[in-house]
Write a protein that binds this ligand. Structure first.
Ligand code: NAD
Length: 299
C-alpha cells in the first residue's frame, strides 16, 4: 500500500521530470550558443541483465535530454588492459564530457583501478577518489548521483538545512558516506549509522532528517521516526508478498504518517538518480568548456 495519512509524500518522479526538462532546455541553449552538444559515454561489460536494464534507461534519458549518448558494450572476457585503453580514448575525446562504467564489473577486473582511470572531471558517477576527496574537503566536485538526488529533494522540501540533526543509515562509498558529507556541507549535525551501530532505533528518533540506505526491507519502523521528521528512503529491495514480487524500501512507509514528509519506494529517490547523472554531465561539460571560475559558479 502506498498510502498514509499526515505525512506528505515526496514525489521524486515529478521532481526528476522537472529537473530533466530544465537540463534539456540548458542543452538547447548550449547548442544554440556554442554549437556543442554535451555527451555521455556509458560502458557496460558482460551480460548482467539488471546492468543492461540500467544502461538502457541511462541511454534513453540521455537522448531524451538532447545529449549525445555513446554506448560501449564489451564482452565479459575483456581484459583490464583493453578496458583501460578504451577509457584512455574516452578521456581524450572532446565529444565525451561524462564517462560512466556500469558496476558491478566481472570479478577478474579491478573495479577501483577502472574507476580511478576515468578523468576526474569526466567522472559523472562521482566515484573517483579525487572527487571523493574534493567532496570531503568542500571543493566543487562531481557528486555521486543518488545522494545528490536525495539532497535536492531535502532542500526542495526544507530550504536551508543549517543546524538540523541528520542521521544517515548506511556507510557505503556510493550512498551513505557522500550523503553524510553533503549534509555536513549544508551545516547539518550528522550521525552515520551502520550494521554495527548500537541502539539504532533510539538514534533515529533524534533525527529531523533521516536518510536510509541499508538495503534491508522495512528496517526502519514507524516508531523509529521522530514526529515531524523528513525521511528519505533510498532502499530498493525486491520481496515476495502474496505470491507476487514487488519492490519495497528500507522504511515501513505506511507506519510513518507522523513524519512531515517521506519518499515512497518506488517513485521517490530512484527517478532522481538518472536525472542527477544528466545534471553531472552538464556540470562536467561546463568544467571542460567554460572558464574555470565561471563553470564552478554555475554549479
Ligand atoms: P551497501 O550494501 O553497499 O551498504 C549498505 C549499508 O547499510 C552498509 O554500510 C551497512 O553497514 C548498512 N546496513 C545494512 N543493514 C543494516 C542494518 N540492519 N542496520 C543498520 N545498517 C545496516 O548498499 P548501498 O549500495 O549503499 O545501497 C543501499 C540501498 O540503497 C540498497 O537497497 C540499494 O539497492 C539502494 N540504492 C538505491 C539507489 C537508487 O537509485 N534509489 C542507488 C543506489 C543504491
Amino acid at each position: 500500500m502506498d498510502t498514509l495519512s499526515g505525512a506528505a509524500r515526496i514525489d521524486g518522479k515529478a521532481f526528476a521530470t522537472g529537473l530533466v526538462q530544465r537540463i534539456a532546455s540548458e542543452v538547447v541553449r548550449i547548442r544554440e550558443e556554442s554549437g556543442a552538444t554535451p555527451g555521455l559515454a556509458v560502458v557496460l561489460v558482460g551480460e548482467d541483465p539488471a546492468s543492461a536494464i540500467y544502461v538502457n534507461a541511462k541511454r534513453r534519458e540521455t537522448l531524451a535530454a538532447g545529449m549525445e549518448s555513446f554506448a560501449f558494450h564489451l564482452p565479459v572476457s575483456v581484459t583490464q588492459a583493453e578496458l583501460m585503453a578504451l577509457l584512455d580514448d574516452l578521456n581524450s575525446d572532446s565529444r565525451v564530457n561524462g564517462i560512466l562504467v556500469q558496476l558491478p564489473l566481472p570479478a577478474h577486473l579491478d573495479a577501483r583501478a577502472v574507476i580511478n582511470a576515468i578523468a576526474p572531471d569526466k567522472d559523472v558517477d562521482g566515484f573517483h577518489v579525487v572527487n571523493a576527496g574534493r567532496l570531503f574537503t568542500g571543493q566543487p566536485s562531481l557528486v555521486p548521483c543518488t545522494p545528490l538526488g536525495c539532497l535536492m529533494l531535502l532542500k526542495n522540501r526544507l530550504g536551508d538545512l543549517t543546524g538540523m540533526k541528520a542521521v544517515v543509515i548506511g556507510k557505503s562509498n556510493i550512498v551513505g558516506k557522500p550523503m553524510a558529507q553533503l549534509l555536513l556541507a549544508e551545516n547539518c549535525t550528522v550521525t552515520v549509522a551502520h550494521i554495527q551501530t548500537r541502539n539504532i532505533a533510539d538514534l533515529c528518533r533524534t533525527a529531523e532528517i533521516l536518510v536510509v540506505a541499508a538495503g534491508s526491507p522495512h528496517l526502519v519502523r514507524g516508531d523509529w521516526v521522530k514526529p515531524g521528521a523528513v525521511v528519505i528512503d533510498v532502499g530498493i529491495n525486491r520481496v515476495e508478498r502474496d505470491g507476487r514480487s514487488r519492490i519495497v524500501g528500507d522504511v515501513a512507509f505506511e507506519e510513518c504518517g507522523h513524519a512531515a514528509a517521506i519518499t515512497p519506494v518506488p517513485g521517490g529517490v530512484g527517478p532522481m538518480t538518472i536525472a542527477c547523472l544528466l545534471e553531472n554531465t552538464l556540470t562536467a561539460w561546463r568544467w571542460q568548456n567554460l572558464p574555470r571560475s565561471q563553470a564552478r559558479d554555475t554549479q
